[in-house]
Ligand binder design. Structure first.
Ligand code: MSP
Length: 507
């Protein structure tokens, strides 16, 4: 049986339309999911939306609609956005799904019955736009440390989860599972800033708003965001029922999240799972933020465009490539339309697009599109083909360690070598003499092989472009396994291929 791979994005708040930051996580998750599928894994890739809470209740009120009407519209757009980005999710969970709500209620009741949830009183400083409670030490000059707005002192009867009980088990778990949190720096932050100073019990219900899942045994309470939201990763598989799907895919292999919610995924989530007696996820990766002009792209600040505009203007693969290539995965990085254009021109247009069109055109012009396998190899050929056939091993290693931008860099290094090989072998000079015909065919063949292998490796990242290249090469076997089976004869046809990417004007 195939090995399984379960990967998730956070479930996003549909409090406003999604922006390029949400696309960032989702594109990366999609590329990894596609990579694993091509590597033979049975992949389950989940994304979705986190729809309850005061902020959405308020937004809907402002818009004069019910919360459900409010979120339905945003989710329609979100699904359209994911489709335009070729996001290949297997399941889209909404926390307003009836089966999710029922399962969350069962989980809450189970934790209450076994004593992990108890009733108490909550006092805290609350930031409405961020839906976050803060302690005295966390607020900065009386303001929310995330968005800088006012916080209010709130006291209410509430249910609590005994997070404090899991301090030691969490520390032990971190100790025995050194790769649980990546990058390493985030793990140290969790240990030093949160776990070691001591964990406080966590408030998990509210009476001050209604838009949430009711506590079945105390209906004036709704379940507060994190128990509702985090459990999406298991309710979608059927839990608390021990379904086949649950048995097959749990534990999750990779939760991809932005750095601001690493704490919830590496402290609260594992503690809930420990309380439920379930296995813990294998890894949580906390990536950095895309920032604009030094600040976070933010729904609350409204400093962004609908990402579909970029897709319409530059094409889906320009946006995907940019998200995957521009910023070392894990670090923050600046997002700008200008750098999107520069990246598209320099890599997709100049390196990839030019190589593909030049090579196919030469195949057509010099050999009527029929190019045979090489017979005689020179050193310069061996140098190129070695890097072509070693590429998969290199990229496998990079994807395994989630160095996604470096994985692409490896592929583009081979493409660059192919371009250099054209400059060094000068096919247009070889074409002048009939006696060089065999040598010319070897050169074109090696280039076609380079393009074929790179296009196969690019599939998870820029799938639409790879498809176009496969059409241009007229090949149908595009699995990872086919890399080691060089094509015997290329039959390119005689139609000049369309440019993969048009050069964009830079100001
Ligand atoms: N609903 C919670 C998550 C619950 S998961 C059980 C939430 N939602 S959110 O809409 O605020 O989405 C936050 C996530 O969106 C980040 O963790 C990250 O994955 C992505 N991003 C949002 N803005 C981003 C950037 N500016 N840059 C990179 N990623 C960003 O938190």
């Amino acid at each position: 049986m195939n090995k399984k791979f379960y990967i998730t994005t956070p479930i996003y708040y549909p409090s406003a339309e999604f922006h390029i930051g949400h696309c960032y996580t989702t594109i990366i998750a999609d590329a990894i999911a596609r990579y694993k599928r091509l590597s033979g894994y049975d992949v389950y890739f989940q994304t979705g939306t986190d729809e309850h809470g005061l902020k959405i209740e308020n937004k809907a009120k402002e818009a004069g609609v019910t919360p459900k009407e409010y979120v339905d519209k945003i989710i329609l757009n979100a699904k359209d956005l994911w489709q335009s980005l070729n996001i290949s999710y297997d399941y889209f969970i909404r926390t307003t799904d009836e089966d999710h709500k029922k399962r969350v209620q069962e989980i809450f009741k189970k934790l209450y019955d076994q004593g992990d949830i108890y009733k108490g009183e909550y006092k805290g400083l609350y930031c409405v736009p961020c839906e976050s409670f803060w302690t005295e030490t966390q607020v900065v000059d009386g303001k929310c440390p995330d968005c800088g707005r006012d916080v209010n002192l709130v006291t209410e009867e509430a249910y609590f989860f005994k997070l404090s009980k899991y301090q030691k088990p969490l520390e032990d778990f971190y100790e025995t599972h050194p790769n649980f949190i990546e990058p390493e720096s985030r793990k140290n932050e969790m240990l030093n800033n949160f776990i070691r100073p001591g964990l406080e019990d966590l408030c998990v219900s509210r009476t001050s708003f209604k838009w949430g899942i009711p506590v079945t045994f105390d209906e004036k309470h709704v379940i507060y965001v994190w128990i509702d939201a985090l459990t999406n990763y298991i309710t979608s598989l059927g839990y608390p029922e021990e379904t086949e799907k649950f048995k097959k895919y749990w534990p999750c292999d990779l939760h991809l999240v932005g750095k601001e919610i690493v704490r919830f995924h590496t402290i609260i989530w594992p503690a809930i799972l420990m309380a439920l007696g379930l296995e813990l996820p294998k890894q949580v990766f906390g990536h950095g933020w895309l920032i604009i002009d030094g600040g976070k792209i933010s729904k609350s600040l409204g400093n962004y465009k609908d990402p579909r505009e970029y897709i319409r203007t530059y094409g889906v693969d320009a946006v995907r490539y940019y998200a995957l290539r521009e910023v070392p995965f894990g670090s923050d990085g600046n997002f700008s339309e200008k750098s999107l254009i520069t990246r598209t021109n320099s890599d997709l247009c100049n390196i990839l697009g030019n190589l593909v069109s030049r090579t196919i055109q030469m195949g057509i012009k010099y050999f009527d599109g029929v190019v045979h396998e090489s017979k005689k190899m020179e050193d310069i050929d061996a140098y190129l083909t070695e890097s072509i056939y070693n590429l998969k091993t290199m990229v496998d290693g990079k994807v395994e360690s989630l160095k996604i931008n470096e994985a692409l860099e490896c592929i583009f290094e081979v493409l660059r070598k192919c371009n250099k090989y054209i400059d060094d072998t000068t096919p247009w000079v070889l074409a002048k003499e009939e006696e060089n015909k065999e040598r010319l065919e070897t050169v074109i063949y090696n280039l076609l092989e380079g393009i074929r292998v790179c296009a196969i490796m690019l599939q998870p990242f820029i799938p639409e472009t790879s498809e176009k290249i496969f059409k241009g090469l007229n090949i149908s076997d595009t699995t990872f396994a086919s890399i080691d089976k060089p094509v015997e004869v290329y039959n390119l046809g005689n139609e000049k291929p369309a440019n993969l990417f048009e050069r964009i004007k830079e100001d």
